[in-house]
Design a protein around this ligand. Structure first.
Ligand SMILES: [Zn+2]
Length: 142
């Protein structure tokens, strides 16, 4: 599965704006996230990259992921243990996350009522929502 040229161009522009070179390593991080569905931590992505295309350093992977989050290519969530997980934001529709604190399983959900109430809360304070992160930390009912 390839990435649209338009998206790659957007990434190139972001790098330019940040005074960074378009390198193969950075491109590999970018494409690993954008061509895989799911929630990955940095090490997962490094493993995916190293399995097929070659080598990427941890520092580069982290810095590139931060950039992808900053420029809305990726969504980031921080789990209870402090580990950050990333997911493709370009192809996945907006959703919220429930994180099972015992298994680290991530359950996605969308609730129109929550979306609406959030808008209302922001509006009642004189704001509109630009983006939001809604995470529920959960435990299976036994
Ligand atoms: Zn998700």
């Amino acid at each position: 599965m390839g990435i649209k040229k338009e998206i790659v161009d957007r990434f190139k522009n972001v790098l330019k704006k940040e005074n960074l070179k378009f390198t193969n390593q950075r491109f590999l991080v970018f494409s690993a996230l954008l061509t895989n569905e799911g929630h990955f931590d940095c090490d997962d992505l490094i493993r995916i990259i190293n399995k097929k295309d070659g080598n990427v350093s941890r520092a580069t992977a982290y810095r590139t992921l931060d950039l992808l989050v900053k420029y809305d290519f990726a969504r980031k969530m921080v789990l209870d243990d402090g580990i950050a997980k990333y997911e493709n934001k370009i192809l996945s529709k907006h959703h919220d996350h429930m994180i099972d604190i015992e298994t680290d399983e991530i359950i996605e959900f969308v609730n129109d009522e929550i979306e609406r109430i959030q808008e209302e809360i922001a509006k009642s304070h004189g704001y509109k929502i630009v983006k939001h992160v809604h995470q529920l930390f959960v435990k299976k009912i036994k």
